[in-house]
Design a protein around this ligand. Sequence first.
Ligand SMILES: Cc1cc2nc3c(=O)[nH]c(=O)nc-3n(C[C@H](O)[C@H](O)[C@H](O)COP(=O)(O)OP(=O)(O)OC[C@H]3O[C@@H](n4cnc5c(N)ncnc54)[C@H](O)[C@@H]3O)c2cc1C
Length: 380
Amino acid sequence: MHDVVVIGAGPAGAAAAATAARAGLRTALIDKARFPRDKLCGGGFTGRSLGYYQQIYGAPRPDAPFLTRNEMAFYAFGEHLGTYQDCPPLHLAMRRSLDAEMFARAVAMGAEDYTGRGMSSLTPAGAVTLTDGTHLRGRIVIGADGVNSPSARVLFGSAFDRSKIGFALEVESEGDPDKLPVRIDFGAAEWGYGWAFPKYHGVTVGVGGVMQRNTDLKSALTNYLKFTGTQAHGPVKGQFLPFGQARKVPGLGTVLLAGDAAGLVDPITGEGIAYAMKSGQLAAQAAIRALSAGTPQSALAAYRADLRSITRAISQARNLRQLMFRPVFRSTFIRGFSRSSTLRQEYLRLLAGETEYADITRAVGRRLPALLWRTLAHTR
Ligand SMILES: Cc1cc2nc3c(=O)[nH]c(=O)nc-3n(C[C@H](O)[C@H](O)[C@H](O)COP(=O)(O)OP(=O)(O)OC[C@H]3O[C@@H](n4cnc5c(N)ncnc54)[C@H](O)[C@@H]3O)c2cc1C
């Protein structure tokens, strides 16, 4: 019997296991892969991610190869909005080394290593069977097994809602990372974006958007590679991206879901590492409190309440996404981003974790009459 069994050792699972083990709980950390393992991702590690990393691991930064950039180029619907030198730092890493580093920290803090075998069955009461036949029982289980979450499938019948899910394609490309800024293209996919992120050994290029609106994402990627002047070097890979559909109840019984398994990706920036780490930490903290009170079944309600700041931010971002991607607002958004330093700065401050969607929503609300007026003037 473990106090906490964590399924999945990505950013959410490693954060949960590190937090629980550091508090002295007997913690098992399961992953079907052995680390280091690859994970399809742009590897953009924002100031928000760095802040959460420092809170969780008590270290200044991950001990993994990092490229740090202050220069960012923005495009929207094929138009160059500007290249800015004074952005808050964005760190770029390969997930293979980043996740291995966080996993190692969780184990060093006392989590027991059950990697290299997957979860094959789970009950809402916390009985877990692994693919090698090992049986574990967790007084609390944290399902942090990614967007295709087997834990969520066991609990709810499906890992996500296909009508709302995002999908992304990515490819590694050759190019001199020193000569390239971080690049983000709003609208490179329908209700989504494209990115070209320099790394130590080349550039990661991708496009992603709401799946139902992107029936031919492969062509969107081909066009984007042409537009950015990059050559694919390696296979094109794809993965679901759970942006904008956070689970209303993140778990069942004594099983809590964290990270992508709970649908916690920002629908505007596509960022998921930060919320994965934070939700893993919050799930473990709820488990620690519930176990010390002797009421493991109270963990889910407490976690759900603590997660509200993230789920509210995601739903506010989903509303704001309308103003970016609805064709009627497009020209207003483009002009706003390229000419108003406020809109741009707010976006950058958001990535840095210096502001929240609640503040941006309030600011947009104040400016909405003027925004609508300008939009109407332009559509006449
Ligand atoms: C193309 C793309 C680009 C992205 N770019 C960025 C970016 O630049 N910056 C950013 O912040 N976010 C980005 N994201 C989002 C980010 O990758 C995710 O939000 C983040 O990885 C979520 O972390 P997680 O720990 O919840 O899940 P994951 O990182 O997916 O980890 C889940 C773990 O569960 C394990 N697992 C799965 N099934 C089982 C099982 N049966 N038993 C045991 N273990 C299991 C997996 O092996 C895996 O290690 C991107 C996503 C995509 C698809």
